[in-house]
Design a protein. Sequence first.
Lengths: 293, 235
Amino acid sequence: MTRPIDTLITILSWISGIILLGAISSIIGYLLLKGIGAIKVSLIFGETNPVDALFLRKQVFDGIFPAIIGTFALVVLSVGFAVPVGLASGIYLSEYAGPKIKNVFNLSFDILAGIPSIVIGLFGFSLAVFLHKHLSQYIFPCLLISSLCLAFLVLPYIVRTTQVSLENIPEQTRLTALALGATKLQNIFYVLIPKSLSGIVSGIILSIGRCAEDTAVIMLTGVVATAGVPKSILSHYEALPFYIYYISSQYSNTEELLRGYGASIVLLAICSFFFFIAFVVRNRLRYHAFYRI
Amino acid sequence: MDTMIKIKITHLNFSYNDHYVLKDITAEFQENSITAIVGPSGTGKSTLLTTLNRLWEGIPNARMNGKVEIRFAGHLYDIYDRYYSLSELRKAVGMVFQTPNPLPMSIYRNIAFPLKLAGHEKKDAIADRVEHALRDVYLWGDVKDRLSENALGLSGGQQQRLCMARALILEPDILLLDEPTSSLDAKAGGFIEDLLQNIKGRCTILVVSHYLDQVKRIADTVMELSNGTFIEGEM
């Protein structure tokens, strides 16, 4: 016979799940309702011919195409910086670090995870000023500085999910390849990482989402309202989160606000695209992809 | 005779979290024979096996002192010498665990895995050795037409034989088995026992077992662990 407390917990669990689903559906539903009408070629390319814009023959002034490119570049660069460092750190903490070093690193990453994004943005701005003064006058807040700061922001997610995923592998699985003569490195690459891919990819997906949506960091480190498609990693750039922010705070008519909703849908679509790539990569990187025989 | 000794343990002590599991163990194991290690639960039988391939070394707070020597190519080597290669030791001292642990990949890849770890690249040679290993464990007939299927789809007994094939493919000098039939039915267990009798001519076998009937059937020597000490007897 089920105890009343079990029934209560079951009901509360269901309610929590329904609230969560309801919240997600409401947000996405509201965005789609408001913004789907604004999804047009002109939202993305403005007055510029799409083909000319895509081949970078002409600049786009009224559309979000430069912001889309900027966001793509931002996510690719920041995740590109963070993933190798985060993976290596997670593997080091799980497989190599002694208990004292592990405690120091874990505390450091916890502190890093707790730093507000605006503070990281301020750090990035200060870094840009310092480099401009002491290294090269051509260094400004730019795509590179923003990417590095975002990489700092998401590093704790990747490190922690990698570390925890590896540490949760059962002892017998951990010993299987070692008992067959594998070196420690072979064990890590052929058994442990494939086994913990699900957790690792979850961390990467979290990071992708954070990099794509964070506004505070990029506001201080290189994003501007109008810069066109970024010419290099040392140039100013546009980004969708910033576009959504300034258009929703400074719109002068309903049409502009609806463009903000449209840009939000585009940003969600970009994040979904990156998540899809992450899932595909995870599914392809099964055990047999790690060794050919 | 000294030349018949394959493994020599001298004053071995093993502790975990400052609690002694093995105390002053001194023993010798004969070459090309089956030695059964018996005793109550918790007396360190499985731990003793892990001292022979140094698999205990990943466990935090575990400590060991004493000497373990194994005869390879006519010479006794101290396997805890710091210049001794761990991966080479474990290729020569194979281990089969109590619970079958195939990796989540195909039957073929599971068996070929140790060869890949050892750096073998030639596909034809690998395929031959895989077939030979599966025949050794009487599994070839069951799986020859489905080598690309996931090994996790095999029955428990088949998985355990697959694990044995995987351990045997590198032709180890020594095979350590930790209660290899405890999770199997009588028929599957019988297969394993026959297999051990067939391979003891080319391999020194140490098997931990709780089944005295099984010990009587297969073991040349029985060693009982009790409170960290050995009581030795011959069949």
